[in-house]
Design a protein around this ligand. Sequence first.
Ligand SMILES: [Zn+2]
Ligand SMILES: [Zn+2]
Length: 155
Amino acid sequence: MSQVFEGGCFCKSVRYRLNSAPMFVHCCHCLNCQSQTGSAFVINAIIETERIELLAGVPVVTALEGGDGDPHDIYRCPDCLCAIWSDYGRRPGWRFVRVGTLDDPTALSPDVHIFTRSKQPWVGLPDNVPAFEVFYDVKQLWPAASLQRRRAAVG
Ligand SMILES: [Zn+2]
Ligand SMILES: [Zn+2]
């Protein structure tokens, strides 16, 4: 795929380019994501780390604990501390890039809504995108090409 997506933090110290479309896009309505973003949900584009090209700046990491007790590292701009991407479970092969940091945040839309059990009641979900109370079966939902990329990235 030849698509290119560029983005960065709010102050523009950190700039990045995604060298292809992501494997899959999550919109997560869990309470951790609400708390960490100060908003109603997070939109994460899941992509191989090697397909993220840093164009400027070096993100700093804040280490949090995920909902399941696994580590959750958030990569931030060292200057404005804007969260740019996450590593859930310290898996070096892929990253969860915050779609809102793209120059064109409409370029990617959610492939799935997860943790809708804690969704804000005023958030309406589209009929044509799968939604799950908690999580879902990756093998059933992800396109074959994305599953192949996933295997190559994280085994
Ligand atoms: Zn910044
Ligand atoms: Zn979440």
